[in-house]
Structures are given as C-alpha cells and as structure tokens.
Ligand binder design. Structure first.
Ligand code: HEC
Ligand code: HEC
Ligand code: HEC
Ligand code: HEC
Ligand code: HEC
Ligand code: HEC
Ligand code: HEC
Ligand code: HEC
Ligand code: HEC
Ligand code: HEC
Length: 445
C-alpha cells in the first residue's frame, strides 16, 4: 500500500519537478528536490530533519520502524512505558490487536499528514483508548460515564509515560501544600581542583597575542579552577603535533562533557547536528523567535557564549536572545523570576530561584550526589507531566503541580498565576485506597 501510493506519488512529482526545474532553473539542488517528494508537512517533532528522508525511510521508501526505536527507545524505556510493544506480544492480547495494532508505532504516529496530526505527533482520534479499555466503568465505579476523550486530556493519564500519574505515586503525595516548606532545587557543587590554574599559567603559544579579557574570564571561572588550560580546548588531539586553532567545535567539549553533548543532540536544539545536517537556527523554526538572532547557530556556544561559561547567563538571558514567544516573554515579571532575582542578589538561598533552565534543563542528581544539568530541553517538555518529578515537586505539592500543568492558560502566562483547573485523580486515588482499606478491615472482623 505504502509503496504503491509512493510510486504514483513519484510519477506525479517527477513530472512536477521536471516542469519546475525547467521553469526555475536556479531552484534545483539537493534539498529542494527532496522536498518535492514530501507528500505533506512533517510533524512538529521532526520538521527539522524532514529533508533527511533516510533518517526514517529505507531505499524503497518504506518506513524503518527500527529508526523510530533508535532515536526513541531509550527515553520510552526510562519513562517505564505503560504500553510497550512487549505487552502486546502476549497471545492473550490478540483480541485488542484486531481493533488497533498497538505493536507498531505507525498505527498512532503517521507522518506528513498535517490535517490528521494532533499534539505530540499523534495521528489517532483522542478517544482510541476505548478500543482496549471500553469496560473501565465496570471495574472502576469512579470512571462510570467518563468520556474517552478525557482519559489523556484532563491531566489523568498518558499512553506512554505515567511515572507521575500512577495510583501509588498519587496517594503517596496526597495532602501536600501548594508550596512546600523550604522550596529548593539541588545545587551544583563548584569543583576546585588541586590542579587549579591562575592568570599567568595559561599555555598560549609564545608568539600569540591574546585579549586581556579572555585571559581574565578564563582565570576567574570554572575551567581554570578545575585545571583546564587553553590548549585543552584549542588544540585538536587527533594530530600527533598539537596545533592551536581559534575555532573550537563541539568535539572538544565532548572529550570532557560527553553527557551534555548527548543530551543536546537528542533534543530540538541539536537534532539537526545529530543526523549530520547543518546546525539549527531560529530562522528555520516554527516558533516565534527574536528577529535579532535569526541566524544564530545552535551549538554549545549558543548559550555558553564566552570564556566565562557563565551558567547564570545561560539559564535565562541566553534563552531570551532567541525565544520571543508569549510564554517565554511572560517569564519576565513572574514570581518564579522574582525568586531567581532574589537568589542572584544573595537575598535567598542557592537553589530557590526558578529559571527557564530550572524547568527545561532540570538538574539531575546521581547516586553519588553529583548534580548534572540535562541538556535535552525536550526530555521533560511533552507531555508536560514529565516536569513534575524532576522539577515542580521539589517545591510544590503534587495536586498544585498537576493542576498548574493541566491548565492550558498558564502556558502563555508562564505559570505566573494560580491554576483555575482542579485535576480529580488524587481525590479518586485516595478514595479508592480508603475503600480498599475499609473492606479489608471489614473482612477481618
Ligand atoms: C521522521 C521520520 C520521517 C522522515 C524524516 C521522512 N518521513 Fe516520509 N513517512 C514517515 C512516516 C512515519 C510515514 C507514514 C508511513 C505509514 O503510514 O505507514 C511516511 C510516509 C511517507 C510517504 C508515503 C505516503 C503515503 O501516502 O503512503 C512518502 C511518499 C514519504 N513518506 C516521503 C518522504 C520523503 C520524500 C522524505 C524526505 C524528503 C520523508 N518522507 C521523510 C516518516 C518520515
Ligand atoms: C496506540 C497508540 C500509540 C502507539 C502504538 C505508539 N504511541 Fe507514541 N504516543 C501516543 C500518544 C497518545 C502520545 C501522546 C502522549 C501520551 O499520551 O503519552 C504519544 C507520544 C509519543 C512520544 C512523545 C512523548 C513521550 O512520552 O516521549 C514519543 C517520542 C512517542 N510517542 C514515540 C512512540 C514510538 C517510538 C512508538 C513505537 C515504539 C510509539 N510511540 C507507539 C500513542 C501511541
Ligand atoms: C533521527 C532521530 C529520530 C528518528 C529516526 C525519529 N525521531 Fe521522533 N523525534 C526525534 C526528536 C529529536 C524529537 C523531538 C524531541 C522529542 O520530542 O523527543 C522527536 C519527536 C517525536 C515525537 C513527539 C513529537 C512532539 O511534538 O512532541 C513523536 C511522537 C515521535 N518523535 C515519534 C517517532 C516515530 C514514530 C518515529 C519513526 C517513524 C520517529 N519518531 C523517528 C528524533 C527522531
Ligand atoms: C491496544 C490496547 C490498548 C490501548 C489502545 C490502550 N491501552 Fe491501556 N492498557 C492496555 C493493557 C493490555 C494494559 C495492561 C492491563 C493490565 O495489566 O491489566 C493497559 C494498562 C493501562 C493502564 C494501567 C497501567 C499500569 O500499569 O498501572 C492505564 C492507566 C492505561 N492503560 C491507560 C490507557 C489510556 C489513557 C489509553 C489511551 C490513551 C490506553 N490505555 C490505551 C491496553 C491498551
Ligand atoms: C572550555 C574550552 C575553552 C578554553 C579552556 C579556552 N577557550 Fe578560547 N575559545 C573557546 C571557544 C568555544 C571559542 C569560540 C570558538 C568559535 O567561535 O569557533 C574560543 C575562542 C577563542 C579565541 C578566538 C577569538 C575570540 O574571541 O573568539 C581566542 C583567541 C581564544 N579563545 C583564546 C583562549 C585562551 C588564551 C585561553 C586560555 C586562557 C582559552 N581560549 C581557553 C573555548 C575555550
Ligand atoms: C579538558 C576537559 C574539558 C574541556 C575540553 C571542556 N571542559 Fe567544560 N569543564 C571541565 C571541568 C573539569 C569543569 C568543572 C567541573 C564541572 O562543572 O563539570 C567544567 C565546567 C564547565 C561548565 C560549568 C561552568 C560553571 O561555572 O559551573 C560549562 C558550562 C562548561 N564546562 C562548558 C564547556 C564547553 C561548552 C566546552 C567546549 C567548548 C568545554 N566545557 C570544554 C572540563 C572541560
Ligand atoms: C540552550 C542553552 C544551552 C546550550 C545550547 C548548552 N548549554 Fe550547557 N548549560 C546551560 C545552562 C542553563 C546550564 C546551567 C543550568 C543550571 O545551573 O541549572 C548549563 C550547564 C552546563 C554544564 C555544567 C553542568 C553539568 O552538567 O556539568 C556543562 C558542563 C555544560 N553546560 C556543557 C555544555 C556543552 C558541552 C554544550 C554543547 C553540547 C552545552 N552545554 C550547550 C545551557 C546550555
Ligand atoms: C540560538 C538560539 C536559541 C537559544 C540561545 C535557545 N534556543 Fe531554544 N530553541 C531554538 C530553536 C531554533 C529551537 C527549535 C524550534 C523548532 O524546531 O521550531 C528551539 C527549541 C527549544 C525548545 C523545544 C520547543 C518545542 O516546541 O519542542 C525548548 C523547550 C527550548 N528551545 C528552550 C530553550 C531554553 C530554556 C533556552 C535557554 C536555556 C534556549 N531554548 C536557548 C533556539 C534557541
Ligand atoms: C515553571 C516552569 C517553566 C518556566 C520557568 C519556563 N517554562 Fe517554558 N514551558 C514550560 C512548560 C510546562 C511548557 C509546555 C507547555 C505545554 O505545551 O504543555 C513550556 C513550553 C516552552 C516552549 C515550547 C513552546 C511551544 O509552543 O512549543 C518553549 C520554547 C519554552 N517553554 C521556553 C521557555 C523559556 C525561554 C523560558 C524562560 C524565559 C521558559 N520557557 C520558562 C514550563 C516552564
Ligand atoms: C525552586 C522552587 C520552585 C520550582 C522548581 C517551581 N516553583 Fe512554582 N513557585 C515557587 C514558589 C516559592 C512560588 C510562590 C511564589 C509566591 O507566592 O511569591 C511559586 C509559584 C508558582 C505558581 C503561582 C504563580 C503566582 O504568581 O501565583 C505556579 C502556577 C507555579 N509556581 C507552577 C510551577 C510549576 C508548574 C512548576 C514545575 C514545572 C514549578 N512551579 C516549579 C517555587 C518553585
């Protein structure tokens, strides 16, 4: 079916592209000609790589489902996917699969069909949960009469990621106040190494003249303190002879910050570089961007833009150089921004401020207590309940976090007002837990 319609499509488009290239000889070129074969606009998540057909298609233009997994499996696994393919390999599931083949990603995520595509690249109508859960009202009295449209649109369930929505999590976090006592995020420790370097110890080639500000910025900040000298970034290691270069690419950073680079490449800032295309720029974006930065390239230096590698600048000012939509602008003046200003002024404890990065690049604590910054700003973006565990719940109760994230108005307001929505699932989970306890104690009597 796919291949058949593809060849018809090829027929039409080859004719069209010949006609076009005769009419506009200058419009030829690799990308322009690939674009002609696109049957429709590609979804928001993939628009940046849509001209790289081979990222998803094989030579016969079939879709390699393995490709989807290569890029997405790790994240789905990490979020303990509630409906993984393996669940449906069980023969007992055959009854469901005749209605909807949940083993294939393409059942729910088609491409190039904008008129059929909803948020998060979903190409199914929102009530499809009914195919498999039509009897839910019988098992759970609380669910009787609920519309199947509402399962995943009212802050209650997701299809894949329910890590902050399952019953035990809800009951464990019932009755928490809107704002917790001492609301704070984890703080990165500053590492001062024994090899710490100072001004004068820079390993600049003898004949080179360097601006004093570069030297001072380096000497006063993290790299010099950690013993990282100029040449660690400025010479390429592959050559036997080390040669100074003013250009420093992402590969240099990768030698020491592998995880940051990986994260960056897996999100919408780095995804073009990840498949070998040129860097993403605001000019190619679907979002509203500042006209002053249209051609700024997305690489490490997009946010870490001088020798200070200043993370405070990176957390807000850097973002606002590019992002200019209503949500981003509404951050300025919000109570979260106020908390950040107070932290910067030293009037509040470290970790009490909320920046763009606090929500979009959360701080992750490993088993040894080291704090690292997630560099994939899509990891917690959609569905937005992903932000609960890593971000909001450090400072807010679960009910307040769920309500805030379920309120679509608060997106534009950048969470600068209390929510108008009340998600019922906590109350329902607690009632169910209580009624179970009650019937258990009754049974004992
Ligand atoms: C991010 C992955 C991805 C990329 C990149 C991509 N496609 Fe697709 N494409 C898909 C998916 C998914 C389908 C739907 C397959 C299905 O419905 O079984 C599809 C379907 C198609 C179809 C068949 C449409 C039909 O009606 O049967 C054509 C033709 C096509 N793509 C062309 C292209 C071309 C040309 C490019 C590059 C310029 C491209 N695609 C890039 C994922 C992609
Ligand atoms: C039965 C339908 C269905 C199938 C099959 C399906 N998905 Fe999804 N997917 C959804 C829905 C619905 C969402 C919207 C968010 C949610 O409810 O979890 C989504 C969201 C996503 C997201 C973005 C949000 C997130 O949690 O990361 C990714 C990535 C994704 N799916 C990848 C895949 C891949 C890869 C496959 C195949 C292994 C797949 N999906 C199979 C329904 C499906
Ligand atoms: C080259 C890597 C790559 C391939 C191949 C790929 N994706 Fe994605 N996909 C991404 C990235 C990067 C994003 C954007 C970040 C995110 O939402 O995780 C994304 C986003 C998505 C989303 C969420 C869209 C949104 O708006 O939130 C879904 C759903 C999805 N992909 C499903 C698929 C499916 C199904 C396939 C196979 C046809 C596929 N992807 C192939 C990299 C890839
Ligand atoms: C293809 C069939 C199918 C579809 C479609 C489907 N589910 Fe499921 N779902 C299942 C199966 C099977 C289970 C496991 C049931 C069990 O373990 O008793 C399950 C389990 C669940 C659970 C319990 C998860 C847990 O492990 O605690 C929730 C919640 C859920 N589904 C919600 C949804 C929602 C919401 C949708 C629509 C967005 C949906 N499901 C669509 C088959 C499906
Ligand atoms: C952590 C990595 C790193 C360290 C350490 C580092 N630099 Fe750089 N340097 C860069 C990056 C990144 C650029 C920008 C490169 C580009 O735009 O291609 C740069 C650019 C430069 C330039 C080019 C002119 C300019 O202003 O952009 C000079 C000169 C320079 N660095 C000198 C130094 C000297 C001297 C030291 C030691 C005191 C040093 N650098 C330490 C990463 C580093
Ligand atoms: C030779 C190893 C090395 C290289 C190469 C390197 N770094 Fe670092 N970097 C470190 C160490 C060590 C620290 C201090 C410990 C930490 O914060 O992780 C650090 C700290 C940082 C910080 C935190 C600064 C702060 O104030 O806390 C940023 C941001 C950073 N590096 C970015 C980069 C970028 C971007 C590149 C590439 C242009 C790069 N680094 C290249 C070793 C390196
Ligand atoms: C979108 C902006 C942005 C980009 C692009 C970016 N960073 Fe960062 N980075 C930040 C912010 C913001 C922080 C500090 C966040 C905080 O303190 O909570 C940070 C912190 C860091 C740190 C110190 C924390 C840690 O995890 O060790 C390192 C190292 C780092 N970045 C390296 C990199 C490298 C390497 C790249 C390129 C792959 C890169 N960054 C690209 C915004 C960015
Ligand atoms: C050099 C410009 C630039 C800087 C600096 C920058 N961004 Fe972005 N950002 C982009 C572009 C371009 C995209 C891709 C949008 C698209 O694909 O349409 C993007 C995508 C995103 C997305 C994903 C949007 C989506 O719909 O999937 C988020 C979230 C985001 N940026 C947050 C931030 C944060 C937070 C910072 C600062 C820590 C930041 N950005 C810094 C240009 C920038
Ligand atoms: C309190 C947490 C929080 C803060 C602070 C915050 N955001 Fe967001 N942001 C979100 C959430 C949640 C979403 C997802 C909304 C949704 O689609 O449900 C979002 C969405 C976005 C998007 C995607 C918009 C789109 O249409 O695809 C961008 C880009 C973004 N934020 C950038 C920023 C920037 C830049 C800042 C700082 C100036 C910032 N955010 C501050 C929570 C936050
Ligand atoms: C570092 C702690 C911290 C984090 C993380 C945090 N908040 Fe907040 N937030 C606060 C504090 C404290 C207030 C109360 C400010 C006040 O009343 O002045 C607040 C206020 C709010 C408000 C009400 C704003 C107003 O002006 O009335 C909303 C909505 C909100 N937060 C949502 C969120 C969401 C959603 C997340 C997660 C994506 C989040 N917050 C993450 C500390 C935090």
């Amino acid at each position: 079916m796919l291949k058949y319609s593809f060849w018809i499509w090829i027929g039409i488009t080859i004719g069209l592209s010949i006609a076009l290239s005769l009419a506009f000889p200058l419009s030829k070129g690799m990308n322009a000609s690939a674009a002609v074969f696109l049957p429709g606009k590609t979804s928001h998540g993939h628009h940046q790589i849509e001209l790289k057909c081979s990222a998803c298609h094989d030579a016969m233009m079939g879709v390699r489902e393995n490709a989807c997994l290569q890029c997405h499996q790790a994240a789905l696994k990490a979020s303990r996917d509630t409906h993984p393919k393996s669940k449906f390999d069980d023969p007992a599931m055959a009854k469901h699969l005749s209605k909807i083949d949940a083993r294939s990603c393409l059942t729910c995520h088609k491409e190039h069909v904008p008129e059929q595509t909803h948020a998060m690249g979903v190409t199914m109508p929102a009530d499809y949960c009914s195919f498999c859960h039509s009897d839910i009202g019988e098992h759970r009295i609380s669910h009787k009469g609920f519309s199947f449209q509402s399962c995943s649109t009212s802050g209650c369930h997701n299809y894949h990621d329910n890590t902050s929505l399952y019953e035990k999590f809800l009951t464990d976090h019932a009755d928490e106040p809107s704002v917790k006592e001492n609301p704070r995020l984890p703080v990165r420790k500053s590492t001062v190494s024994a090899k710490s370097l100072i001004l004068g110890q820079q390993d600049v080639p003898l004949n080179m003249v360097v601006e004093g500000s570069i030297l001072e910025d380096w000497a006063q900040t993290a790299h010099a303190k950690a013993g990282v000298n100029c040449q660690a970034c400025h010479t390429s290691k592959s050559k036997s002879q080390s040669l100074w270069s003013d250009q420093v690419g992402m590969e240099s950073c990768q030698a020491c910050h592998n995880k940051n680079v990986d994260g960056f490449l897996n999100g919408m800032h780095g995804m073009r570089l990840a498949v070998g295309l040129s860097a993403m720029t605001p000019a190619q974006s679907n979002l509203k961007m500042s006209p002053h930065s249209l051609h700024a390239e997305l690489n490490c230096m997009a946010c870490h833009d001088d020798h200070r590698f200043d993370t405070q600048f990176a957390a807000v000012e850097a973002c606002l150089k590019c992002h200019d939509d209503t949500h981003s602008r509404a951050y300025v003046g919000s109570s979260h921004e106020q908390l950040w200003r107070e932290e910067l002024a030293g009037k509040a404890e470290a970790g009490s401020g909320v920046t763009c990065a606090s929500c979009h690049m959360p701080r992750e604590v490993d088993r040894k207590g080291n704090v690292a910054v997630v560099h994939n700003q899509n990891e917690t973006l959609r569905p937005n309940e992903k932000m609960i565990r890593t971000v909001c719940i450090n400072c807010h109760g679960l009910q307040f976090s769920l309500d805030s994230l379920a309120d679509p108005q608060l997106v534009d307001l950048c969470y600068s007002q209390t929510p108008d929505i009340h998600v019922q699932s906590l109350t329902m989970a607690v009632e169910r837990m209580n009624s179970r306890l009650k019937s258990r104690t009754n049974a004992k009597k």
